[in-house]
Design a protein around this ligand. Structure first.
Ligand code: PLP
Ligand code: COI
Length: 336
């Protein structure tokens, strides 16, 4: 495998791990070399999008050890999404066991430390019993698949330009934005297609209630740096990102102040650095936000180089994930 050419795309690996919730209990975790599944054509996941997923990564460290980053946080978030959908989710222990097993059974797909790439883990739950009524599925399939991945939107720390969503919303007020459910991503597809046609890899959404404040990107949270402060939106419609939560802590550790508050679009002009953060994008600096409707381009920082605080945060975060830096907060779980 040419690890240097890895994109954020799917490569079939040895096995997927599954478990079926039926008759009120989870069945054993099973491995399958077949990455196709057989479910009813009338499954709630197919009819009504009753699906929730997670995304985390396994890293080969500089010491050769395999690390998962805060997997219990992903387990809890999946449980929260499941509660929203009214379906069962695996308990934290089962979730982590399944992720570890998926990594170990696909060890040769874990990119080597020197590549800087990682193994993306995609746990998900879907309603599988046949239904036509709008009821919560009582049979749920839990699946964990893995795939080696490289950079999501741009190579590490390369600033990108993004499109400001002016004719699309991602999440409704009091809606589903804060849950990691498939429907949210379906809702962002058309906006994504249009943005790609115009040459943008990512879209920045505003809060749909007012279209005044920054919300997030379709696959990551927003952060800004201003006067030595790490600022991220306070919004009920953004996904509670585990990366962002970790960066807030790391920023504090570095002596920055941190703020979770409303960020008006106009305030971007005053930011020293802005960027996207998440498992897939890690930290992707943004140097231009293009508002086509108003013919305005907001420029922040340099086009060729990430700002020094984004760079320091990136180095700290990836340093912990790849075992180069001391894991002060005990975030990594080493797989043995
Ligand atoms: N926001 C959205 C909409 C996402 O899909 C993701 C990715 O999971 C994130 C934010 C980042 O979350 P995390 O850091 O937990 O990966
Ligand atoms: C992740 O960062 O793990 C995600 O789930 C983003 C995904 C939509 C590509």
């Amino acid at each position: 495998m040419d690890w240097s050419k890895l994109a954020f795309s799917y490569t079939k690996t040895n096995t997927i791990i599954t478990s079926l919730y039926k008759n009120g209990e989870w069945g054993p975790l099973e491995s399958s070399t077949d990455d196709t599944i057989r479910i009813s054509a009338l499954a709630g996941s197919l009819q009504y999008g009753i699906e929730a997923f997670e995304g985390l990564k396994a890293y080969e460290g500089c010491d050769g050890k395999i690390r998962l980053f805060r997997p219990e946080e992903n387990a809890k978030r999946l449980q929260r999404s499941a509660d929203f959908l009214g379906i069962q989710a695996p308990c934290t222990d089962m979730f982590i066991k399944a992720c570890e097993r998926a990594v170990l059974e696909n060890r040769e797909f874990l990119p080597p430390y020197s590549s800087g790439a990682s193994l993306y883990i995609r746990p998900f739950i879907i309603g599988v019993n046949p239904q036509v009524g709008l009821i919560c599925p009582h049979e749920v399939l839990f699946v964990v698949a893995v795939t080696p991945v490289g950079a999501y939107a741009a190579e590490a720390l390369k600033p990108i330009k993004v499109l400001l969503a002016r004719d699309h919303d991602r999440a409704a007020p009091m809606g589903t934005g804060s849950y990691k459910i498939g429907g949210n991503y379906a809702a962002a597809m058309l906006a994504g297609i249009k943005a790609k046609q115009q040459g943008y890899a990512m879209i920045l959404y505003l809060e749909s209630a007012n279209r005044k404040y920054i919300d997030e990107f379709s696959s990551s949270n927003f952060f800004g740096i201003k006067d030595n402060s790490y600022i991220t939106p306070d919004s009920d419609t953004v996904l509670p990102s585990i990366t962002n939560k970790s960066l807030l802590q790391l920023a504090q550790d570095m002596g920055l102040t941190t703020e979770r508050r409303k960020i008006a679009l106009e305030e971007l002009h005053e930011m020293d650095e802005i960027g996207a953060c998440g498992t897939a994008v890690v930290i992707t600096p943004v140097h231009e936000v293009v508002d086509n409707h108003n013919n305005i381009t907001i420029k922040v920082g340099e086009s060729e180089r990430a700002g020094h605080i984004s760079t320091a945060l990136y180095n700290k975060l990836t340093g912990i994930q790849f075992g180069r830096k001391h894991d002060t907060h005990n975030w990594c779980r080493i797989i043995t």
